[in-house]
Design a protein around this ligand. Structure first.
Ligand SMILES: *[C@@H]1O[C@H](CO)[C@@H](O)[C@H](O)[C@H]1NC(C)=O
Ligand SMILES: *[C@@H]1O[C@H](CO)[C@@H](O)[C@H](O)[C@H]1NC(C)=O
Ligand SMILES: *[C@@H]1O[C@H](CO)[C@@H](O)[C@H](O)[C@H]1NC(C)=O
Ligand SMILES: *[C@@H]1O[C@H](CO)[C@@H](O)[C@H](O)[C@H]1NC(C)=O
Length: 485
């Protein structure tokens, strides 16, 4: 069969959350530029929100790249809830829909695509989905799992049973000593695991998602991970001994700050003119990402700490940062007090912000995209993890790579420590040291993406391995039966 010479067609379904869509879009484009046909599937809700944020993206976000000759098709699917439903305010209900309802809609749309095009060979789906291997099997496709967090986090979830057996997870009085038995992970403290692995109640909808998703991931044919081999060498080697696991990060849009494809779920304020007037490295950028909420108490302390610190700052304050039913979370008078040295905006292009020479520090929740983007722009981090993988990412940033510092060692921060840590980050000897180490980390990322770099090589290897497996699968006598024809 001449299968290996034909364009493989992959259906790509990102997780319908901002942090997952951000790397999924450039990965889809990258695969298309390597000769894939891609059918990219957004949920209707994500489609609607992206088009509202960036009105010139009709009929879909890939229109411009398609005009440049790439074969990227686009479809939408219902997640089971009405498009206008407030998914932030009703988080668990949203997750329930993703856990129980989305798969039926995906099954239908994948069935239609496969029926109308017999070149479909694989399903690329976010690792957090609970259904990819089932749907892939039903339609005779290979399952490529896309992991948007560090390999260390994947490894913790992957070895959940080991954590359970050893009494570090899923118990009433879990052990508090270091965890030193996960393959490829020298040692990690229980408090540096993801939030879900630290909780004693494991009956939440997010736990059900994680349990089912990682059970399903064991059936993945390949895993693609948005990290860099040299950043997480031991963890990756241990995973690679068990499965086809490829570090292909950092996955950024080709122009980094200028993307042809809109991925933002909110419209972006442009602060360039304001930043242009500020001295080099003098501005602190503050953002807690797209997803997690900050308690009102902590938000007040952070605001007062910013005020005390005297630094200039840009604060991206999502309207739902505390909750979408709290419209005025900031302390009274705060905005007036800092008006001469700060701007507060609902959302922005984070890559453009971090790439601006005036920005010299990033007070962040430590989302993985934020970490990678900050390294790329050589902006040291001040870490305030809130949820999910952010605790583990903080460990990598502060303890392992030394490119950032903690905002606080407690759950409830104080304005005094906020102010003093901002000044440690932005000035003096500690600021200089952080800057030096992050410059080294940037080189690691740059090298990985260079033509002979690890991520480029891993991508080439992945495509080669995938094509081999496709041709093996196509030669199976019962493929046409699996394909439902
Ligand atoms: C894990 O997957 C197996 C089949 O692969 C299934 O029988 C089992 O119920 C799954 N467990 C969970 C927790 O989803
Ligand atoms: C901030 O400015 C005030 C007034 O100029 C000054 O008293 C205070 O010491 C400054 N704080 C810091 C942290 O530099
Ligand atoms: C940062 O905070 C964590 C707890 O969240 C703590 O384990 C770690 O030792 C702290 N690191 C430093 C350098 O203070
Ligand atoms: C990449 O590596 C190959 C083989 O090691 C070498 O021949 C080639 O010159 C390298 N290319 C670049 C751009 O470094």
């Amino acid at each position: 069969m001449a299968e290996t010479h034909k364009k493989p067609h992959a259906i790509f379904i990102p997780y319908p959350l901002q942090g997952h869509v951000i790397p999924a879009v450039p990965l889809a484009i990258k695969l298309a530029s390597q000769g894939f046909t891609i059918t990219y599937i957004n949920t209707e809700a994500i489609h609607h929100q992206t088009s509202k944020a960036e009105p010139n993206t009709e009929p879909d976000v890939f229109t411009k790249v398609r005009e440049s000759g790439l074969d990227i098709r686009y479809k939408t699917v219902s997640d089971g809830l009405p498009v206008g439903f407030d998914r932030s305010l009703n988080h668990d209900q949203y997750m329930e829909a993703l856990l129980h309802v989305l798969s039926a809609h995906v099954d239908e749309v994948v069935g239609q695509i496969v029926k109308s095009d017999d070149s479909v060979r694989c399903l690329i789906a976010d690792t957090f989905f609970v259904w990819p291997s089932k749907i892939a099997k039903k339609f005779g496709l290979l399952y490529v799992s896309f992991w948007t967090e560090p390999a260390l986090v994947f490894s913790l979830y992957y070895h959940m049973d080991l954590l359970r057996i050893n009494g570090h997870f899923g118990c009433q009085d879990c052990r508090e000593d270091s965890i030193d038995y996960i393959p490829g992970v020298k040692s990690i403290e229980p408090k540096d695991m993801t939030s879900y692995l630290q909780e004693t109640d494991t009956t939440s909808v997010c736990h059900q998602i994680i349990f089912s998703a990682f059970n399903d991931t064991k059936n993945a044919d390949f895993v693609l991970c948005n990290t860099v081999q040299e950043l997480e060498a031991e963890t990756l080697s241990a995973l690679q001994a068990k499965m086809a696991f490829y570090a292909i990060g950092p996955i950024f849009p080709e122009g980094f700050t200028k993307s042809f494809v809109a991925t933002s779920l909110w419209s972006e304020s442009d602060c360039t003119q304001w930043l242009d007037k500020k001295p080099h490295g003098s501005v602190l950028y503050v953002s807690f990402g797209s997803y997690a909420h900050v308690t009102k108490e902590n938000l007040e302390q952070i605001a007062n700490g910013l005020s005390l610190s005297n630094v200039s700052f840009v604060w991206v304050l999502r309207p739902d940062i505390v909750s979408s039913d709290d419209a005025h979370p900031l302390p009274d008078g705060f905005e007036e007090e800092v008006a001469d040295r700060a701007i507060i905006i609902p959302w922005c292009s984070q890559r453009a912000m971090l790439a601006h020479p005036a920005v010299g520090g990033f007070l962040t929740h430590c989302g993985w995209n934020s970490v990678l983007e900050s390294i790329w722009c050589e902006v040291p981090l001040l870490c305030f993890p809130l949820l999910t993988d952010q605790f583990t990412n903080r460990k990598l940033v502060v303890d392992d790579w030394k490119i950032g510092i903690n905002l606080s060692d407690r759950k409830l921060v104080t304005k005094e420590e906020v102010s003093s840590n901002i000044n440690r980050l932005m000035s003096g000897k500690s600021g200089d040291e952080l800057k030096n180490t992050i410059t080294e980390a940037k080189k690691t990322l740059e090298n990985a993406l260079s033509p002979n770099g690890s991520s480029e090589k891993n991508m080439v290897q992945f495509i080669k391995d995938l094509k081999t497996k496709i041709s093996e699968k196509t030669d199976e006598p019962n493929r046409s039966i699996c394909n439902g024809k």
